[in-house]
Each structure stands twice: as structure tokens, then as C-alpha cells.
Design a protein around this ligand. Sequence first.
Ligand code: SF4
Length: 240
Amino acid sequence: MDLILKVFRFRPGRDLEPTYQRYIVAAEPQERILDALRRIQADQDDTLSFRSSCAHGVCGSCAVRIDGHCGLACQTLARGFEGRDVTIEPLPGFKVLKDLMVDLTPFFDRVALIRPFLVNRTPPPEKERLQTPADQGKIDEAIRCILCASCVAACPVTHGNPRYIGPAPLVQAFRRVFDSRDEEMLARLKQLAEPDMAEACTNRFECTRVCPKEIKVTKTINTLKREIAKHLGEGKGGRA
Ligand code: SF4
């Protein structure tokens, strides 16, 4: 099949405004959009810029907007796009560095705000800090997050309120709040009860719809809200 990709092109500082360039590339239905982008770069236009690394849904670096939906180019098949233009754009809400590459620094700065690491001041055991399978099960889903930023790019609340911490940082917070080995649960919940944190989510569900790791992101945030209310009192974390 022929895949027709209409790709966002922009070189800040050189181009006055973005343009869309049309490429026709041969692709098997089971190939991915990432395969097509790589083929364009190799055979047609080596000036096209995009990020990719693992190409297997693990690193999260090839997140873009495909036909209006944020997600991984390595997980989106060519099948279903035959016979029409498919628009490929950078993740919305981020500064474009070039073409499909955006500056994710503000995203990672927000993730860093919630201290995405285990805090445990007791001396470490000889081998490792253990937890039961049941305790591990509580954070199993959140652990799947690959920090691709698709949820943040798709979130209408994030676009309406630039101070909102955003869904992915909240998923990262969930993972630490419910980790039986972490000693900072209350401090973490107090931080999450602040304005523009968990309570700012208004349940629009776009994060859940786009997450390539099928994390129920909105449910995760609502669970955090309930945990805040349970430990700090009603009204501290908004209504779940
Ligand atoms: Fe990506 Fe899902 Fe993690 Fe959001 S929650 S950053 S969409 S993997």
C-alpha cells in the first residue's frame, strides 16, 4: 500500500511559520508509522527530524500526534490509513525544536517536582528492599509509564491551565504514594493536595484514551484524590 503522510515541518529561527510536507511512501499494512518516517528520512528527505530509539514501545521517544491523536509512532500501524492523507505533527503544547521534535524539558521538570524516586531512610538490607506481591500489585500499572508525554499533550486541562502539573507526573506520584517501601506518603499527599496538582484534574479522560501503555490514568488520579481526602480530610484533594 501507499501511505500518504502530511508531515509538519518547522525550523524555528529560519522558517516564518510551519508548513506541511506531503510524502508518499510504500508500506506494508502491518508496518508502523515510525517505519514510514524512517524510510522517508533514509530514501527521500534526510532533513526530516523526529525522535526514535527503541522502536518497540519502551522508550517513549517517538511520541507524536498522528491523525489528531497523540501516541507512539512505533505502535501505530499503517493499516487503516490507506487512500488518504495522514497528518503527522509534534506533540501539542510543547515548543518545537525542529519538525516533529519538541522540547520536553518542562515535562521532565514537572516529573522531577514530585520526587520520582523511593524515599526510605532505614538502612538498606543486605540484598534489596522487598515487598509482597500484593503490595507490588498496587503499583503494577503505574510502573508501566514510559514518560512519553502523550497524556500531557492530549490533556485539555493542561492546555487550559499551564500551572497544572499534568497526568504523567501524577502517575509517577501514584507509584510512590502506594509503594509499600516508601516512607514519604503523607508528605507526598500534602504536596498533591496543593492547587494545580491532583485536584486540578477535571476527568476529561483524554490521558486514558491516548496512553500507549494502557494505564487508566484518570482512575489513577482519582485514586490519589481519594487518598488525599482519606488522610488529610475532605476538600483537600477535590472530589473523585
Ligand atoms: Fe505516556 Fe501513559 Fe506515562 Fe502518560 S501515563 S507519559 S501516556 S505512558
